[in-house]
Design a protein. Structure first.
Length: 128
């Protein structure tokens, strides 16, 4: 890795029920996630992205190795153009907001935390 490379190239959010997790994230972000099938004992669904464009992406993963948790590393998902719009959808989709929209700084924007339907603590970041 060097200063011209993304420090993140892929992330995986653990799921115990991939269908439920997929529906939750599709609802709060108003997107269609890509079913990636099963490989190496893992069921996967990917967030929308163009592979090979240099942007980081990731997905939901259900396997014996993936355990949802509120502890450990936190992934921040892009909630632009409106972080509050995403936050407003969380509880109706079965999640729980655990830290509301909070300003980091005017230059950096806002953040929030939620617990998804699988029990993961996930961060949101957005400018507005």
């Amino acid at each position: 890795m060097d200063k011209n490379s993304n420090s993140l190239n892929w992330f995986e959010i653990p799921a115990t029920d991939l269908s439920r997790a997929k529906k939750f994230y599709e609802t709060i972000f108003s997107v269609k996630m890509e079913d990636m099938g099963e490989m190496m004992g893992m069921k996967m669904a990917g967030f929308p992205s163009e592979m090979g464009n240099g942007k980081a992406s990731g997905g939901l993963v259900q396997s014996a190795m993936h355990k949802p948790s509120t502890d450990g590393a936190v992934v921040y998902l892009n909630a632009n153009p409106s972080i509050q719009t995403v936050i407003d959808r969380i509880e109706g989709a079965g999640g729980k907001v655990v830290m509301p929209k909070t300003e980091i700084s005017p230059e950096i924007g806002h953040m929030a935390f939620f617990i998804d339907t699988e029990g993961n603590k996930v961060g949101l970041h957005g400018q507005n």
